[in-house]
Design a protein around this ligand. Structure first.
Ligand code: UDP
Length: 329
């Protein structure tokens, strides 16, 4: 009698759009650790191969260089689609307003189409920006927001709002299994030194003893979440049963002026603080209400700002040192 070979359990397959970006690449690492086969799709407009170069040769990882506003063809079954592709820093989306609108609308449409065709569960990476310059503080998911549709941030905010609406339409009309995460300010290794966001901007300047530029009077606040906490929360959300939006972020709020001082102190920098005008529509306050995540996902952030900043400063020290390295002859 011949022994029959037991059928191999097929691997769980995840597609990560924006897989070479800051969040997409951390998510990819996390999913690989969970045993998923990961297909990362990215057109590298703001993402970088450097973020995934450590995965070259990993048999559970595949990279596709593609703009996801074009039809996505995959010849394998897919279990999860994580839709993270989008410019996400204010200077990026100010420079790329049309790509930002297209990836948030047409790209979300393609990602939903893929999920529907593959009968996969899909999670949209939405944002605290859908709350605009909020009139309610902290922001619960029930708040509808205060967005200037025609302002400079409108391309990002409205693309994400449209994305949420499209996800809900696919959920209701086609019964696609959907999730929406509203991501608040997140930081950590693999942010781009020059992406203009406040964390790389302050740390980069401080490490080089250059002026730290505070916009406005620095009284505006943000609440920063370390990337590993965020990814854990997002994974729990995908595996949960809720299709309604959930805020993921760290509620510890700090003013930008205080944040500038703390970065200068943490890097023992000689930098001075200088002030430049506050960009138009810059939200004055931002803090997530994470009661839903606490309750539904049993999640809350565990990395404090000091610890997370230490890890991030160490990462940027390396980046800055490589910048100043003289080319070898
Ligand atoms: N900011 C600043 N200096 C900088 C970059 C940003 O003072 O060099 C401020 C910005 O005006 C905002 C906050 O820091 O109030 C966070 O900005 P970021 O670009 O990181 O993201 P946002 O939360 O506005 O999307």
């Amino acid at each position: 009698m011949t022994k029959s070979t037991p059928a191999l359990k097929p691997k769980t397959t995840s597609v990560v759009t924006g897989g070479a970006g800051f969040l997409g690449s951390h998510l990819t690492d996390y999913l690989l650790k969970q045993g998923h086969y990961v297909i990362a799709i990215d057109n590298l407009v703001t993402g970088s191969i450097a973020n995934i170069s450590h995965l070259v040769g990993n048999p559970n990882f595949k990279f596709i260089n593609q703009d996801i506003t074009e039809f996505i063809y995959l010849d394998v079954p897919v279990d999860y689609v994580w839709h993270f592709a989008s410019p996400a820093s204010p200077i990026d989306y100010l420079e790329l307003p049309i790509q930002t609108l297209k990836v948030g609308s047409l790209g979300t449409h393609k990602a939903l189409g893929l999920a529907k065709h593959k009968n996969a569960r899909i999670l949209l990476a939405s944002t605290s920006e859908i709350y605009g310059d909020p009139l309610i503080h902290p922001q619960p998911e029930s708040y509808w927001g205060n967005v200037n549709t025609i302002g400079p941030r409108g391309c990002y905010d409205e693309a994400k709002r449209f994305g949420e609406a499209l996800v809900m339409a696919y959920h209701r009309e086609h019964q696609v299994d959907t999730r929406i995460v509203r991501i608040f300010n997140t930081y950590g290794p693999r942010m781009r030194l020059n992406d203009g966001r406040v964390v790389p901007s302050f740390i980069g300047a401080a490490l080089q003893d250059q002026p730290v530029t505070v916009y406005g009077d620095g009284s505006q606040t943000r609440s920063f979440c370390y990337v590993s906490d965020l990814i854990e929360g997002i994974y729990r959300l995908m595996m949960s049963e809720t299709h309604l939006p959930v805020n993921i972020g760290n509620p510890r709020e700090i003013s930008m002026l205080k944040f500038a001082h703390s970065i200068i102190a943490a890097t023992q920098s000689k930098s001075q603080i200088i002030y430049t005008p506050l960009p138009k529509d810059d939200p004055k306050l931002r803090q997530p209400d994470i009661s839903t995540a606490r309750q539904l996902l049993n999640w809350e952030p565990i990395i404090g700002l000091e610890e997370g900043m230490e890890l991030t400063i160490a990462y940027f020290k390396n980046v800055v040192e490589n910048l100043s390295e003289k080319p070898r002859i």
